[in-house]
Design a protein around this ligand. Sequence first.
Ligand code: MTE
Ligand code: MO
Length: 197
Amino acid sequence: MAVFSRGFGARRRESDPRLPPGQYLTEDFPVLSAGPTPRVATGEWEFSIRSESGHIASWDWEQFRSLPIDDIATDIHCVTRWSKLGTSWRGVSLDTLLAEVDTEAEFAMAHSYGGYTTNIALEDLTDGKAWVAFEFEGEPLDAEHGGPARLLVPHLYFWKSAKWVRGLTLTSDEQPGFWEQNGYNMHGDPWTEERYW
Ligand SMILES: Nc1nc2c(c(=O)[nH]1)N[C@H]1C(S)=C(S)[C@@H](COP(=O)(O)O)O[C@H]1N2
Ligand SMILES: [Mo]
């Protein structure tokens, strides 16, 4: 016979197996932006990938939206310790986009409208682990959350999921992005708490 006290319930909640160490659950969707929200019209939007040899693959909004779409159900984890479980997104897999690029590079720098950057190893962007997402919970992505489109790399801390993403630069050496230059970890795995240097 089991007797459940409130304390037991709270502990069970904290030990939800979907919650990485040091994280707490949130039901709302906090906005975390290092600067003002860029307003990018889809008619002006472009996404491009530049390889280490200087070749550029690019998509305007219409071309991007004609690519195959994934439905993504995932948990997200911010380094400031909030996690949000069971979010749903739609986006284009980075595998689809990178298929247009001939590269031997191991690293990428994501660039955003507004100037934000974050570095991500190519192995963290491939094999179904990353998307350029344009819908959240069935609605077009709000500008505050990175619309028209943002990177979604949910297996890493959410600072790697660049909002208002406009492209990737592929390189053979690893360079730090905006937060990484300011002490955040180069990789950012929430399960091993790769928060800071
Ligand atoms: N362009 C851009 N992308 C960004 C950020 C930012 O400041 N600018 N903040 C990052 C951080 S620290 C987090 S936690 C998430 C927050 O996304 P949200 O505002 O949709 O919750 O976006 C990430 N992507
Ligand atoms: Mo964050």
